[in-house]
Design a protein around this ligand. Structure first.
Ligand code: IPM
Ligand code: MN
Length: 361
């Protein structure tokens, strides 16, 4: 198979973790005889520095003409404490999601046997956790209008808006995913307070009739935030709006042991993008210390969702697990005897290449 992949490494640790994901994609290409062609493009603070725009037109074009997008991270501390900054790196990510129509963000949450001990949660609570969050990504309070400040500067306002169409298209994805899993969807909302949440409940309840084999339950977001750490095995597929999904997936990363472990897919009708859920982590940028696994598992999701290469995707996941089993990890996981970003990437890639030898024998 011959495929093109846009590489948007972005800011902070983005480039170094993305490099490890490419290493693993190259290993897969060799083992399975595929050809992946990479097209690099700018996004985020590096794009602002070079062009003044966090999502330049040239980048948009690369995204629209390639078969999938692998994204690193976005954000730079020089913008974080400057409320007057006119352009921000994060705008690049948000406008990319919007312009490419990436409305469904898929964030799987698993626990790993060897990492059970590093989670602050009790082992018996997190052993065997396996759920996936479908976060709506191009609507809600992130994009609603009007937004801004009152003329006298005394007030600021954001608007949360959802249409039935926006709810339905991601709900279909969530129900289809549940059909291949444990057949349960939990809609997380705040329907006791918000009109948008009540529209979600009404729309999803109606749509659920098309999926009679799937059980649908509802949970208020405050209660869900508690349940995720108290009894995460309750969940199979979580369906939720943009901001609630943002918050509960960072929370859920505690189950895996490190934010550095979690991958994600952002799906639209044409393009799809794959990125670790962590940010640019400027404190360790360029130090060869960042955990590349979130990015490597995002490459596995890319193979699965964008190219339907199931065996290839599974091989990356197996290679990650093997490397974890040997305690071969960056310092966010095991401080003692911590490995570098490069070393972890090399080790996972070499597990993938070893499949080649196994096939040859
Ligand atoms: C994420 C991030 C982004 C978001 C930020 C960087 C705009 O936190 O992808 O979860 O809030 O969506
Ligand atoms: Mn987030």
């Amino acid at each position: 198979m011959k495929k093109s992949i846009a590489i948007l490494a972005g800011d902070g640790i983005g480039p170094e973790v993305t490099k490890q994901a490419i290493k693993c994609l190259d290993a897969v290409a060799e083992v399975f005889n595929h050809q992946f062609i990479y097209h690099e493009a700018l996004i985020g603070a590096v794009a602002i520095d070079a062009t003044g725009n966090p999502f330049p037109e040239a980048t948009e074009k690369v995204c629209k003409t390639t078969d999938a997008i692998l994204f690193g991270a976005i954000g730079h501390p020089k913008y974080d404490n400057d409320p007057s900054a006119k352009v921000r790196p994060e705008q690049g990510l948000l406008s990319m999601r919007k312009k490419l129509g990436l409305f469904a963000n898929v964030r799987p949450v698993n626990s790993y046997e060897v990492l059970l001990s590093i989670s602050p949660l009790k082992e018996e609570i997190i052993r065997g956790v396996d759920f996936v969050v479908f976060r709506e990504l191009t609507g809600g309070i992130y994009f609603g209008e009007p937004r801004g400040r009152s003329e006298d500067g005394d007030k600021a306002f954001d608007t949360c808006v959802y249409s039935k169409h926006e709810i339905e298209r991601i709900a279909h994805y969530a129900f289809q995913a549940a059909a291949k899993r444990r057949k349960k969807v939990t809609l997380v909302d705040k329907a006791n307070v918000l009109a948008t949440s009540r529209l979600w409940r009404e729309t999803v309840t109606k749509l659920a009739r098309q999926y009679p084999e799937i059980e649908l339950d509802f949970m208020f977001v405050d209660n869900a935030a508690m349940k995720i750490i108290q009894n995460p095995k309750h969940f199979d597929v979580v369906l939720t709006e943009n901001m609630f999904g943002d918050i509960i997936t960072d929370e859920a990363s505690v189950i895996s042991g490190s934010l550095g472990m979690l991958p994600s897919a952002s799906l639209g009708t044409r393009q799809s993008l794959f990125e670790p859920i962590h940010g640019s982590y400027p404190e360790v940028a360029g130090k060869n210390k960042a955990n590349p696994i979130g990015s490597i598992l995002s490459a596995a999701m890319l193979l699965e969702y964008a190219f339907q290469l199931h065996e290839e995707s599974n091989l990356i996941q197996e290679a990650v697990e093997k490397s974890l089993d040997k305690g071969f990890t960056t310092e966010d996981i095991f401080k003692e005897n911590a490995k570098t970003t490069e070393e972890v990437g090399d080790r996972i890639a070499s597990f993938i290449y070893s499949k080649n030898k196994a096939l040859a024998n």
